[in-house]
Design a protein around this ligand. Structure first.
Ligand code: FE2
Length: 125
């Protein structure tokens, strides 16, 4: 899975198949987003998690990320090589989620509308 963003309008695309290199929006090339590359507070953007039996509880930020109309966490993705779960947020939500969990899941992504994509790898136990 790759994430692309339109710098002009803010559209975000989750690309499941990667057959062509370019995606376009607003008549310009969309940017491929690389996780953890924007200079911003790690403690407010890196997803943190704990696993309780078969449930994973995720929070965006050790210090919880602010949620306002101008600056918010737009979604969290829990991903394995073959499947993923997306939780979408509005600016009125808290950036927390709980999902059914199994050991196939290895990555947690969080997307901030201002600071891009953040990735935490789930440690193997
Ligand atoms: Fe942010």
């Amino acid at each position: 899975m790759k994430v692309y963003v339109c710098k002009k309008c803010g559209n975000v695309i989750l690309k499941l198949e990667d057959k062509t290199e370019t995606l376009e929006c607003c008549q310009q090339k969309m940017d491929l987003v690389t996780p953890n590359t924007v200079e911003a507070s790690l403690e407010k953007h890196l997803p943190i998690y704990n696993v309780e039996e078969n449930i994973i509880n995720i929070t965006v930020g050790d210090v919880i990320h602010p949620m306002s109309d101008e600056h918010y966490i737009s979604f969290i993705i829990l991903a394995s090589d073959n499947d993923f779960i997306v939780k979408k947020f509005s600016s009125k939500d808290q950036p927390v989620a709980s999902f059914a969990y199994n050991k196939e899941y290895t990555k947690i992504y969080a997307y901030c509308n201002l600071h891009g994509l953040w990735l935490t790898e789930i440690e193997k136990v």
